[in-house]
Design a protein around this ligand. Structure first.
Ligand SMILES: [Zn+2]
Length: 161
C-alpha cells in the first residue's frame, strides 16, 4: 500500500504533459478536478479541455501510466463533463509557459469572449500588439493563427472558450 500524501500524486501529474502543448502539464492546464484514493486505488477526476480534441484519451492513458509507474497499484480515470473546462482554468504559471513556448495565452475571461478579429494579442516573440488574425484555426482547432506585423513572425493564439 502506497502511503504518500496527495502532494505526491500532484507532483507525478506535473510530469504528465498535454500531447498538443508539450510544455503544459495536466496540472497547468487545470484539467485535474479531484483526486481521491482508497487503500488500493487512486481515482483521478479530469475534465476534457475540448470535446473535439482527441488528445483526451491520450492524456487519460498517460495519467494512468505515470501513476502505475510510480507504484500505485490501481488507477481509475473519471471524466467529468460538467462544468465544462474553460481556458480560465489554465494556471498563471501555465500561461507563462505557453508564452515562453511561443503560443499567445488566452486573453481575458472565457465569459467575455470577443471577436478574434478585435483582439489585440501581444506577439509572444516581441510583445508587440501590432498583430493581425490570419486564420481562425491554427495548428489545431483550439488555436487561431496570428501574425506579428513588427517581427513578421506568425504565432498561435490559444483561443478563449
Ligand atoms: Zn513580434
Amino acid at each position: 500500500m502506497h502511503q504518500s500524501p496527495d502532494n505526491d500524486i500532484r507532483n507525478i501529474l506535473q510530469s504528465v504533459y498535454d500531447p498538443e502543448i508539450p510544455v503544459l502539464s495536466v496540472v497547468d492546464m487545470g484539467i485535474i478536478r479531484k483526486l481521491s484514493r482508497s487503500a488500493d486505488e487512486v481515482v483521478v477526476h479530469i475534465t476534457p479541455t475540448y470535446t473535439g480534441c482527441p488528445a483526451m484519451d491520450v492524456i487519460s492513458t498517460q495519467i494512468r501510466m505515470a501513476l502505475l509507474a510510480a507504484g500505485f497499484p490501481s488507477v481509475k480515470i473519471v471524466q467529468e463533463l460538467s462544468p465544462a473546462w474553460t481556458t480560465d482554468w489554465i494556471s498563471e504559471e501555465g500561461k507563462q509557459k505557453l508564452k515562453a513556448y511561443g503560443i499567445a495565452p488566452p486573453i481575458g475571461k472565457a465569459i467575455d469572449s470577443v471577436w478574434l478579429e478585435d483582439l489585440k494579442v501581444p506577439c509572444p516573440q516581441c510583445n508587440s500588439t501590432n498583430t493581425v488574425l490570419v486564420s481562425q484555426f491554427g495548428s489545431t482547432a483550439c488555436k487561431a493563427l496570428f501574425k506579428c506585423l513588427d517581427c513578421k513572425e506568425p504565432f498561435d493564439y490559444f483561443k478563449c472558450h
